[in-house]
Design a protein around this ligand. Structure first.
Ligand code: ADP
Ligand code: MG
Length: 240
């Protein structure tokens, strides 16, 4: 369970990126956080796993404060960044995915087990020895997903997971994300490109200029997003 209360954040240059956000995210939910570019989506999820500290207000992850219990929160909340390149630390795919579990202090066998599981889950086992710099954009994103899976984080956050992917790449990533939700993971996904995912999520939180404009099931938020995002009915089944 994630709880945000009256969360505010200003960047050092004075930009008020978040203004009084309150939101509860129950375990097992698939939540979409959407909003135009610059509305505060990335800032919000950086606060969720302690990469940024709130200016005021509180963040709690299973009752823990990410600013104080950072290590424990990072284990529970895995993050796949928008820029997959910035997340890759290993030379090969296998080494990269092993990085997180190694830092948890697991035995070499324990690490190997987790790496095998995670690579299998994203369909990259055959690329375990491949140098990361040789991967396509979609493969890099799957490596990043495998990295958080290997940590066995309950909550998985995806920041703009469809950015720079072609259509087959989008379908593939979405398929993996949906499978993880089916398995019981809490999924938080940000995008400015709502159509790709809105039909699959349980709730949508709409940010605008740092404020939480509305939150609720897809149907109830469509009026709030149709002016900047999409045709109001384009995500309904049977419309293409
Ligand atoms: N490092 C930074 N320094 C100053 N302003 C920033 C920084 N990062 C983001 N911002 C500003 O904060 C606001 C929210 O940005 P961000 O959370 O990245 O939005 P989104 O992810 O929705 O596109 C924007 O106005 C953006 O320009
Ligand atoms: Mg962003």
């Amino acid at each position: 369970m994630i709880q945000l209360r009256d969360l505010c954040y200003n960047y050092a240059d004075g930009t008020p990126a978040l203004k009084g956000i309150s939101l509860d995210i129950p375990k097992g939910e698939f939540l979409l956080i959407c909003g135009p570019n610059g509305s505060g989506k990335t800032t919000l999820i950086r606060l969720l796993n302690g990469l940024l500290k709130p200016g005021s207000g509180t963040v709690r992850v299973d009752g823990l404060d990410p600013a104080k219990d950072g290590r424990e929160v990072v284990r529970r909340v895995g993050m796949v960044f928008q820029d997959a390149d910035s997340q890759i630390v290993g030379e090969t795919v296998g080494e990269d995915v092993a990085f997180g579990p190694e830092n948890l202090g697991l035995s070499p066998e324990g690490v190997k087990e987790r790496v095998d599981f995670a690579l299998e889950a994203v369909g990259l086992r055959h690329l375990a020895e491949k140098p990361c710099y040789r991967l396509s954009g979609g493969e890099k994103r799957r490596v990043a997903i495998a990295g958080v899976l290997a940590m066995q984080s309950q909550t998985l956050i995806f920041d703009e997971p469809f950015a720079n992917l072609d259509y087959p790449g989008v379908v593939q990533i979405l398929k993996h994300i949906l499978a993880l939700h089916e398995k019981g993971h809490t999924i938080i996904l940000t995008t400015h490109d709502v159509e790709k995912v809105i039909a699959h999520v349980q709730r949508v939180a709409v940010l605008e200029r740092g404020e939480l404009k509305t939150v609720g099931p897809a149907v109830s938020v469509v009026p709030a997003i149709s002016n900047w995002s999409m045709h109001p009915l384009s995500w309904l089944p049977g419309r293409n």
